[in-house]
Design a protein around this ligand. Structure first.
Ligand SMILES: [Cu+2]
Length: 327
């Protein structure tokens, strides 16, 4: 993905309703241009034609009304408004009408500061894929994304945690954008017929790292998707048998810590760099920093930014160990 050119998505129309949305947009655009010009051009023309030096006082007449003209300028814009409404409404309806759940995959989506999470239904062996997608500044790309099969209805049940803010999941290539609201579930659906990788952006200003709140949708061939879905791999592009990452690193990735902290460099993102933190503080401090972040706030940072993580003790211990190992 190219963080400097986030408009590339508009070059493709990768969702079935994208052409409808574009058509509604262009009809709106051209009707607005014509209506706008039909007011502005006569305005300049009359201002010029009836300029002071060109009009004699005795020629000035007061018209009270002109019925044919009034009917024309009422009916024509009304008819054009109806046309705009028709295309706006029908394309909105196709986005808002969910396909039957039995013919779709329903995926839970959660947006929070500053990551996107996707939770799938259980696969045949009962495994539930929970994917955390964050933009990794170091590699300049999004780590993991939403993986879907081509030509399949995907229903998204979207929300944000109660202690978070509003975000918006926006896929330019699909022409779809939907707010995620704390404590409320919004729904959106799409079907993509074109395999490929599409950018997702947060389209609702949500604080410090908003501009890096990227994700991606990867539309895959059915067989590739199935092979991954029935596995336990974190993504179709990671080998599950090569168990290279520790439990701690896995938790670190799944909880989106990387969206705010760098662990292998001194770079300050939203929060302090965690490299070498094990040498500075004991395990107790590190544990508190996760479950009760506002207790000790290092200099130069503010409370209320890092959310408290209500994780099981064992998970917190793994995270602490992971941070202690990050030398
Ligand atoms: Cu956001």
């Amino acid at each position: 993905m190219d963080a400097n050119n986030t408009l590339t998505g508009f070059n493709s129309m990768a969702a079935t309703f994208a052409a409808d949305v574009d058509q509604a947009f262009w009809i709106n655009f051209w009707i607005s241009i014509v209506l706008g010009l039909s007011v502005i051009v006569p305005m300049f023309y009359f201002a010029w034609k009836y300029r002071e030096s060109n009009v004699k006082d005795e020629d000035i007449i007061n018209y009270t009304h002109n019925t044919p003209l009034e009917i024309a300028w009422t009916l024509i814009p009304t008819a054009l408004m109806m046309v705009l409404f028709y295309y706006g409404y029908t394309s909105m309806k196709s986005l808002r009408t969910m396909p039957p759940a039995s013919e779709s995959i329903t995926i839970k989506l959660e947006g929070s500061k500053w990551k996107w999470k996707y939770e799938y239904p259980a696969n045949k062996s009962g495994h539930v894929h929970k994917i955390t997608s964050v933009y990794d500044k170091k590699i300049g790309d999004v780590k993991r994304g939403l993986y879907v099969p081509v030509g399949t209805n995907i229903i998204l049940e979207m929300t944000a945690p109660l202690n978070d803010v509003i975000h918006s999941w926006y896929v330019p290539a699909f022409r779809m954008k939907e707010d995620v609201v704390p404590g409320r579930t919004t729904k959106q659906w799409f079907k993509s017929d074109v395999p490929g990788e599409y950018e997702v952006e947060c389209a609702e200003y949500c604080g410090t790292a908003h501009s890096y709140m990227y994700s991606k949708v990867v539309v895959m061939e059915q067989a590739d998707y199935d092979a991954w879905f029935e596995s336990t791999a974190k993504s179709p592009f990671e080998d599950p048998s090569a168990a290279t990452i520790s439990k701690g690193q896995s938790l670190y990735e799944d909880n989106g810590c990387a969206g705010c902290h760098s662990i292998d460099s001194d770079a300050i993102l939203v929060g302090p760099a965690l490299k070498g933190i094990g040498a500075k503080y004991d395990a107790e401090y590190l544990k508190d920093a996760i479950v009760n972040p506002d207790k000790d706030v290092p200099e130069g940072f503010y409370p209320g930014v890092m959310p408290p993580f209500a994780l099981p003790d064992a998970d917190v211990a793994e995270l602490v160990k992971y941070m202690q190992d990050a030398k």
